[in-house]
Design a protein around this ligand. Sequence first.
Ligand code: NAD
Length: 299
Amino acid sequence: MNTIAFIGLGNMGGSMAANLIRANHRLTVFDLVADAVERAVSQGAEAAASAAEAVREADAVVTMLPASRHVHDLYLGGGRLLESAKTGALFIDCSTIAPATAKEVATAANARGMRMIDAPVSGGVAGAAAGTLTFIVGGEAADLESARPLLEAMGKAVFHAGGSGAGQAAKICNNMLLAIHMIGTCEALRLGSASGLDPKVLSDIMVQSSGRNWSLELYNPCPGVMEHAPASRGYQGGFLTDLMLKDLGLAMEAAANAGAPTPLGAQAHELYADHSRAGSGGLDFSSIFNALTEARNAD
Ligand code: NAD
């Protein structure tokens, strides 16, 4: 790829762009926030005055935006991305959005002679900074192969989930499962403590038993059990409750569209919505551990 445009230099995108620059790619960048653009310029990127200008000469375009409506507006609305890029340009949208929006935008890109893959990520801000993200890709295999050198400069694993929108669908399934096992882990630890067990001892037992799961093994939600987990630093940093809530909303939308029963996903969505409304939207998602006590105390 000769010239790459990167749009959306937030918590994730800023570090991903920095890793592309480090891998000697030429980047033209745009974000609505001037400070984010300045940071990328100080790392070697060139600033564009708008998203449309950033993509004009680009062979590949990476976007990392908050949600479906931002992607829709940028590509098909006022952002005029598809109108402005060269024929044959490859679009790589790494935002987490609705599979239906991903498909709609990719179909419009193909109709204009452009290529597009959805490539949402797993790994969070730490993975973005370290260049160890996992990309979950939907789209044509040949387009994934064209994108691979860029994805590998930003991450360590690349999966092809299927056709357009499949990357988003897989990411949403994963995060719904994550929410469910995080809440289940919190419940088990709360029940253990209420039964007089030491949460650290109980965690050691469950991690070697059939209740083992990622939240328990790497991200224990009980403060003090795991030194490096967000729970042990006041639930600061990590993966925010509001981002998990967004992903659960996407999961509920996908489940309704597909007619798939997701009773635990729906319950997790409700619990995270309550937790966010109670003021914890900016805390790590493992802080749902606290919501369980609050609910008990309120009874
Ligand atoms: P963020 O809010 O920090 O960054 C988004 C950036 O997009 C902002 O800088 C914003 O100014 C910019 N932006 C919005 N509209 C724009 C437009 N029209 N033109 C140019 N720039 C625009 O969000 P983030 O944490 O970087 O997350 C980005 C995406 O990655 C989201 O879809 C999120 O769900 C997903 N994600 C985040 C994490 C995480 O831990 N933060 C983990 C995995 C996936």
